[in-house]
Design a protein around this ligand. Sequence first.
Ligand SMILES: [Zn+2]
Length: 90
Amino acid sequence: MIVRRDATKSHRVGRATLSDGTVTTAYRAIAEIACARCGHAIKPDALFSRQTRPTPVGAVGLATTTVPVCMTCRPLRLDDAGETTDARED
Ligand SMILES: [Zn+2]
């Protein structure tokens, strides 16, 4: 039996606010993910946010791709978490 787990590298934590006041959604990594900005690993259990960015699609135009961005590149504060952030393990 083959189980695809592509979609389970992270789970949604809740609403968060970025340092510039923008409201976004915070995610928690389940498996290690690479930050799309700095390329550093987002470790399992680390919080991160996602950002949409335009991606060229052939000669036709642009699509948007959602990419993970680490807390160092884009610090965030949880507003509305269904879980606590107290149990940090690093
Ligand atoms: Zn980063």
